[in-house]
Design a protein around this ligand. Sequence first.
Ligand code: PBG
Length: 319
Amino acid sequence: MQITRLRGLREKSAIRDWVSETELHPKNIILPYFVVEGKRIRKPIKSMPGVYHLSIDNLIKDIPEAVGIKAILLFGIPKTKEEVGSQAYRKDGIVQKAIKSIKKEYKDLIVITDVCLCGYTSHGHCGIVKGKRIDSDTTLEVLAKIALSHAEAGADFVAPSAMMDGQVRVIRETLDKNGFKDVGILAYSAKYASNFYGPFREALDSTPQFGDRKTYQMDYRNSDEALREIKQDIDEGADIVMVKPALAYLDIIYRAKQKFNIPIAAYNVSGEYSMIKKLTSGDRRKERDLALEVLTSIKRAGADLIISYFGKEIGKWLC
Ligand code: PBG
């Protein structure tokens, strides 16, 4: 029998590059930032080596390090948390102030804001608590207020992540009514109740104080349901839809990409990031190789955009 010699395309690095099917590029990476009140703050987040709490002045200084990056995703950590999380929609809230400062310095940078309550509520849930339940309808009003306050401050995209039914619709209507038709929505559509969010919750101090998020985030045993969530968000006006986490959910990314003709974002979350850090324990080359493999796999599965805490490194690695 004749042997088909597939190794011919792997013989030299130039040939491998020449025929490679997937290209990772920093322009498709979204870099998350955790912004805090105060000045000159750059406080390491223990569970996420290389990621910091930054005050606005330091955030502004940090952005040029993200070579080739076109978009950032902002998370705010308010000074005080309370039951209903009203710090989230103040005009002088931390995210609102950060957007204004960033836009003053970097006009072309795409600023995306996370729209949720978990970082702002004393109980750590993503919505308003009534009895022992997270109440969708009252939460929707608050999410709309938060999104509007971000748009007023100058955000390009808002990213609702509370997993409340109808959140995209309410936000779209509110933005349109108030003259922000051009502000886009990146919807956290298929967001799973995942064990990979641990380090992020340390960063945001947002671990639920009772129960868990399984009554609003998705069950990891399901994938048809993810397509329903995505379809619903598209129908409600999402411009980009997201699958989250990414690495453990490549099948969902793949199915979403096959089914819908809309940009798909994938969030390579904190636990997935920290796993790479742990496995490579400070060896920069190993870290680069493993991170590039993981991120390229997410792209190969069908993600157009990837949210990654390696955002600052990717440009340096690839350019
Ligand atoms: C919550 C939110 C979460 C993340 C982003 N927005 C997690 C949660 O449900 O606690 C996780 C991101 C990460 O783990 O990197 N609205």
